[in-house]
Every structure is written in structure tokens, then in C-alpha cells.
Design a protein around this ligand. Structure first.
Ligand SMILES: [Zn+2]
Length: 416
């Protein structure tokens, strides 16, 4: 993997851009030297000398450090993988050795063989291959386009796993409008980019390295038609991540807090409170899920919760009134559920209109007719409130202020 990353960094980093610019300058100067009369030749030689000096300065001096790559799991357990590469590409093994290359791959099909893989029937002697477009050509996979490389690995059962290895800033541009509506204000989107970057970095440094391309981590659909706008919004905070005491923050975010966010440890018991303490938020009132009401027959709720009967439900609350724990009382033993577990059970097999958007039951009533909840918010309630971020942006706050509101006590640190 190290080799892949180094390759990707060198290819996509700033150095090639500097080189390309200087190459063009030198090329122009050389053409002038060859074709011009004495006075212009003198000027051209001066340009050449300046370019040489600039090369020395740029290569020796400080330069923008390359962003790390992230590995995003797109698919697993496939029997074959279809991919198109509309420009020059190479197929590399795990050590960076070239297995194949070409000017363009209109339609490539990777399949597992008894050992290794084959590409359009041609054997590749590797269990893992990296399809690496040259330059900035985007590859196509399952109707979407992706920046970076595609890594295909054959597992022990001969099934294929597909991973997009991509510069983290490019990944964030692909996440932004999947995680927050594109019509939200720019400052809210810039705040979202910081939250998403911080989360990605947290995952890079903790546990399983593969980021899932779904809401299990962050929704990522590759490059979109809005990619240039997404890149510009992400670039406002390039390399900036949130930390607490030098450690990356697990920067949770959700749609709508409903009036206040929740202390992280009350929801995710292993998560420290630092940087993720509950705060009041009056800014998400425009969310369609700011307030809601849901009802369910008591017998059906009992079935979903796995209890005999729901006669009454006691709710344990935090200082903001969030419902943290639900104790269900009935003819059998009392059972206690954490908020998210209660929501998960309620929503199990429920239609869209019946689902609890969040665990925050402001009022809960058990009657013969069923269980009625008047609730607030959408999501787990921890960290940045997206509708709140939009409300703050509309009130004239900038992305740094928005980030500071929801991740109080966290520091913004430039890491690349
Ligand atoms: Zn809110």
C-alpha cells in the first residue's frame, strides 16, 4: 500500500504541477532560442536561467504538503468488475510493478481465476491490482466516475473487493453534496467539509482503514457534475482538521438536533465528551424534522422491542430534556433501552411515515390506542447540526464560527 500511496501522491501532488509549468516555460524559451534573432535570443536565455533558478528554489523551499489518500470501499463479494479508463492507464501490482498498460480501456472486465485475476481474459499474476489512470483522467465504474485509482482484490474465496484509493480532499468533494444538500449556504457547506475531513482523518488513524461509501461512514458517490463547486468549497479549509489535545476528534454530525445537541457519551458510550458536549441550537427550526409526531400500536411496539407487553415507558433525560434511556414496563421484567436502540427497534420494519427520526421523545404517551411520541430532531443528536449550520450561515456566521459552536473546545489544526 505504501508504494501505491507514494505513487499517487507524486502523481497528484503539487510537484507535477510545478514541473509542468516550468516545462512549458522552458519549452517556450527553447523555441525562442532556436527561432529568434539575437535580441530575443538573449531574452529567451534569460527566461531559461530564471526557470532554472526557480526550479532550484521551488524544489528546495517549503511547498504545500500532499494530502493523504483514503481507501473507500465501493463493493465487496463480486464475481466480476467492469471498469472503463478513458485515457492512458497502468495496471499495477501491490508493490507498484506494472502488469499492463494502455492508451485507453473502453471496457475492462476483471475476473478471479484459480490464482490471481484476469483483465479481459488476459491473466494478471497478482491477487490485488491497482487500475491507475495517468494524469487526472477519471475512471468509470458502475455508472459513476471516480478520481484516483481503483484497487481490486481477490479474496480467498475468489470474490472481488473494489476500493477507490483517492486523495482525501478529492474524496471530500465527492462526499460534500451527498452529506449536505447542495442548496445549503456556502458557509454551512464549508463547515460540513471540515466535519467530514476530520471524520475521515479519525478513521485513518483508528481501527479499520477502509471507509465505507455509505452512511455507515460517509456517503460518497465519486465525482459529480457539481465537482468544481464542491472542490472550491472543500478547498476553503484544505488540510484543516479538528483535534482535542492533539488527538483527532471523531466529528459526528447529523441532520437536525431539534433545539440542542447531546453530550457524546450519552449516545456513544465509548466516546469522550471533549469537543462533543451538548450545546443549545436555535438555528434548525427550518428543518422539516424540527418537530414531529409518531404513533404505533402498543402490541406492535412490544413485538419490535422483544417484550411481552408495553404498559408504560419511563424516559430518562439529560439537562436539555433529550431522551437518553427508555425503560419499558409491562407484565414481564422491565427492560431498558438506550435511545438509539429504542429507535432502531421502533423502526424495524416500519414504513417511512412511521419511523422515529430521532430518539428525542419530548412527550411520550402510552394509551389503549397505542404509543404516541411528540419528538424533535433527525439523527443521533451528537456534534454538528446540519440544519443548524445552515441557519447560522443565514444569520451571517462564517464556517469557523459554526464549527466552533458545535465542536466547542476542539482546535482547528492544519495537517496537510
Ligand atoms: Zn440544531
Amino acid at each position: 500500500m505504501a508504494v501505491d500511496r507514494v505513487r499517487a501522491r507524486v502523481r497528484r501532488g503539487v510537484l507535477p504541477l510545478v514541473r509542468a509549468g516550468l516545462d512549458r516555460l522552458v519549452g517556450t524559451a527553447r523555441r525562442l532560442v532556436r527561432g529568434a534573432g539575437e535580441p530575443r535570443r538573449g531574452a529567451a536565455l534569460a527566461v531559461l536561467a530564471a526557470a532554472a533558478a526557480l526550479t532550484a528554489v521551488r524544489c528546495a523551499g517549503p511547498r504545500r504538503s500532499a494530502a493523504p489518500d483514503v481507501e473507500v470501499l465501493l463493493d465487496r463479494d463480486l464475481s466480476s468488475v467492469e471498469v472503463a479508463l478513458p485515457g492512458p492507464y497502468r495496471v499495477l501490482d501491490a508493490r507498484g510493478g506494472t502488469l499492463a498498460d494502455g492508451a485507453r480501456l473502453k471496457s475492462g472486465r476483471l475476473r478471479a481465476r484459480d490464482r490471481g485475476l484476469d483483465l479481459n481474459g488476459v491473466p494478471l499474476t497478482a491477487e490485488t491490482v491497482l487500475l491507475a489512470p495517468e494524469d487526472d483522467v477519471e475512471l468509470a465504474y458502475k455508472g459513476r466516475t471516480y478520481a484516483g485509482d481503483l484497487r481490486v482484490r481477490r479474496d480467498a474465496r475468489g470474490r472481488l473487493e473494489v476500493v477507490n484509493v483517492v486523495d482525501v480532499e478529492e474524496y471530500l468533494a465527492g462526499v460534500l453534496f451527498s452529506e449536505m444538500p447542495a442548496n445549503f449556504p456556502d458557509e454551512a457547506l464549508r463547515a460540513q467539509a471540515v466535519a467530514a475531513r476530520t471524520y475521515a482523518r479519525y478513521r485513518l488513524e483508528h481501527g479499520e482503514k477502509l471507509l465505507r461509501a455509505t452512511d455507515a461512514d460517509q456517503v460518497y458517490g465519486g465525482t459529480t457534475r457539481l465537482q468544481e463547486r464542491a472542490r472550491a468549497l472543500v478547498a476553503a479549509s484544505r488540510g484543516l482538521v479538528l483535534e482535542v489535545g492533539g488527538e483527532p476528534l471523531c466529528s459526528y454530525f447529523m441532520s437536525t438536533c431539534g433545539g440542542a445537541t447531546v453530550d457524546a457519551p450519552l449516545v456513544f458510550t465509548q466516546t469522550p465528551k471533549a469537543g462533543l458536549a451538548g450545546v443549545a441550537c436555535d438555528f434548525c427550526r427550518e428543518s422539516p424534522k424540527y418537530r414531529w409526531t409518531r404513533t404505533l400500536a402498543a402490541g406492535e411496539l412490544a413485538r419490535r422491542l422483544g417484550v411481552k407487553e408495553v404498559a408504560a415507558i419511563d424516559v430518562e433525560r439529560d439537562k436539555f430534556g433529550h431522551a437518553i434511556r427508555f425503560t419499558v414496563r409491562g407484565s414481564g421484567e422491565n427492560r431498558t433501552f438506550q435511545g438509539l436502540d429504542f429507535r432502531r427497534a421502533w423502526n424495524d420494519g416500519a414504513g417511512k411515515e412511521e419511523q422515529l427520526p430521532s430518539p428525542w421523545a419530548r412527550q411520550l404517551e402510552v394509551t389503549r390506542g397505542g404509543v404516541r411520541i411528540d419528538g424533535a430532531g433527525f439523527g443521533h443528536g451528537v456534534g454538528l447540526c446540519q440544519y443548524g449550520a445552515a441557519g447560522q450561515a443565514k444569520a451571517g456566521r462564517g464556517w469557523r464560527e459554526i464549527i466552533g459552536h458545535y465542536y466547542r473546545g476542539a482546535q482547528l489544526v492544519k495537517r496537510w
